[in-house]
Design a protein around this ligand. Structure first.
Ligand SMILES: [O-]c1cc(O)cc2[o+]c(-c3ccc(O)cc3)c(O[C@@H]3O[C@H](CO)[C@H](O)[C@H](O)[C@H]3O)cc12
Ligand SMILES: O=c1ccn([C@@H]2O[C@H](COP(=O)(O)OP(=O)(O)O)[C@@H](O)[C@H]2O)c(=O)[nH]1
Length: 449
């Protein structure tokens, strides 16, 4: 599948969480299929450095990183508020990207022929209209969560007047009868609805109908009801994932020797733990989690990124040095495809869930924020491919019970069967005549004009 058309695609990346990485992966796929297209990848310097070092994109020289202002004033002293850098970045938009596009056009000598942005960037509709080019938005989370943002007004008006603590289900939205109001991201019907991030999500839901296409890191067969409903509200909905299956297998670095360590273990015998690129559980939860693994004698591979907290586990590691291994970073795609991994203890970030499905590994979820509670509900109640920790936080007893459920109970057997079915559907979607492959061809036509 190759197109020869020339053009210049301006790509706008959200530099927090794991958003820029899947967007760059998609750009790599598009560039390989359309080698005469130039891609200007606009992102903060810090995020560009991270994603371009980790993602080995087709070296055809047509993808160029452009650093945009991150919104942090010179000499700024951070307060330590977790959202501060995000809100500074949001405040500086869209000027940061408008300036970035101007520079990319000047440097390449080519007018922009398509705008490809993270779906968060609702202002891309106006930017694309001013340039007279298509706007393609990429939603890097689950189909269910973008649908929530499309229905924000209806959710707010329907749930209005019910106390914050009244637990309502969204039975008035197609495909969401099992979703609870408390599962929703902050900014939809709870939290500070006037906060910059909440306003961005609200604007996104209003502006997406102007997008020429909404691309998603998912596959149609995962949730036909919601995806069909999205198609009734948007011009074009193109599920072109799971990205980790749709892209050709990449060489990967395994500096900590994870794969050789996994090779020494029996099939479905161990737990893999990772909480994404932003989060680390509290010290109390870390200790509870460690005690549960030790008490159950479950071998574990733990990707633990927070060097300031890892010493909390020193004593635990001394006692369990023959049981488990802690690493600062793992080749997660390859780990989840390894036969020895029997359960993935995760924060329920979408990329992690998508990769666990691709690997056929049931999950124990401990959601923290954003779309993670919603993803945890999908895992436990809709797809039945895992469980959420009791009470929403790691305790020694609750985690031991969850491990027993997955490894020893009949319910765990059912989870493995269910995720095996989803894994098969995901692989069929990216096969030569699969739904995601067909959608990618359509996306390529839109992007290449
Ligand atoms: O990095 C983030 C920082 C922040 O302050 C807020 C968010 O919110 C979301 C989000 C919000 C609402 C929603 O419906 C989905 C996501 C973030 O998205 C992250 O996306 C990942 C997939 O690309 C993954 O699903 C993570 O769990 C989300 O946190 C990031 C940030
Ligand atoms: O040791 C690690 C930790 C994370 N990841 C990758 O980081 C991403 C985490 O994305 P997710 O959406 O789950 O969570 P977020 O980072 O957005 O909270 C996934 O693609 C993982 O494969 C990885 O490769 N190795």
């Amino acid at each position: 599948m190759q197109v020869t058309k020339q053009g210049h695609v301006a790509v706008l990346a959200f530099p927090f969480g794991t958003h820029a990485a899947p967007l760059l992966t998609l750009v790599g796929r598009l560039s390989a299929a359309a080698p005469n297209l130039k891609f200007s990848f606009l992102n903060t310097a810090k995020s560009n450095e991270k994603v371009f070092s980790k993602i080995k994109i087709a070296e055809n020289g047509n993808i160029k990183a452009h650093n945009v202002y991150d919104g942090v004033p010179e000499g700024h002293v951070f307060s330590g508020h977790p959202l501060e850098s995000v809100e500074l970045f949001l405040k500086a938009m869209p000027e940061t990207f408008k300036n970035g596009v101007k520079e990319a056009v000047k440097e390449s000598g080519m007018k922009v022929t398509c705008l490809l942005s993270d779906a968060f960037f609702w202002f891309s509709g106006d930017m694309a209209a001013e340039m007279g080019v298509p706007w393609v938005a990429l939603w890097t989370a689950a189909p269910c969560s973008i649908s929530v943002h499309m229905y924000t007004d209806l959710i707010r008006s329907t749930l209005k007047g019910n106390g914050e603590n009244v637990d309502q289900t969204l039975k008035f939205i197609p495909g969401m009868s099992a979703i609870h109001a408390k599962d929703l991201p902050d900014g939809v019907c709870h939290g500070n609805l006037e906060a910059p991030f909440s306003c961005m999500l609200d604007n996104m839901g209003r502006m997406l109908p102007r997008a020429t296409a909404l691309a998603m890191n998912s596959f149609e067969e995962i949730d036909h009801t919601i995806i069909d409903d999205l198609k009734s509200k948007l011009k074009m909905v193109l599920n072109v994932g799971p990205f980790n299956l749709a892209s050709p297998p990449q060489s990967f670095s395994d500096e900590s020797g994870c794969i050789p360590w996994l090779d020494k273990h029996r099939a479905s015998s161990l737990a893999y733990l990772c909480f994404g690129s932003i989060l680390t559980p509290s010290p109390n939860e870390l200790m509870a989690l460690a005690e549960a693994l030790e008490a159950q004698k479950v071998p574990f591979l733990w990707s633990f990124r927070d060097s300031s907290k890892v010493q909390l586990l020193d004593k635990f590691l001394e006692r369990t040095s023959t049981l488990g291994k802690i690493v600062p970073w793992s080749p997660q795609l390859q780990v989840l495809e390894h036969a020895s991994v029997g359960v993935f203890i995760t924060h329920a970030g979408w990329n992690s869930i998508s990769e666990s499905i691709a690997g056929g590994v049931p999950m124990i979820c401990r959601p923290f924020f954003a779309d993670q509670p919603l993803n945890g509900r999908l895992v436990e109640d809709i797809w039945k491919i895992g469980v959420n920790v009791e009470g929403g936080v790691f305790t020694k007893c609750g985690t031991m019970r969850a491990l027993d459920l997955v490894f020893k109970a009949e319910q765990g057997k059912m989870m493995r069967e269910n995720i095996g079915i989803l894994k098969k559907k995901a692989r069929e979607a990216v096969a030569t005549d699969g739904s995601s492959t067909k959608n990618f061809k359509t996306l390529l036509e839109v992007v290449s004009g």
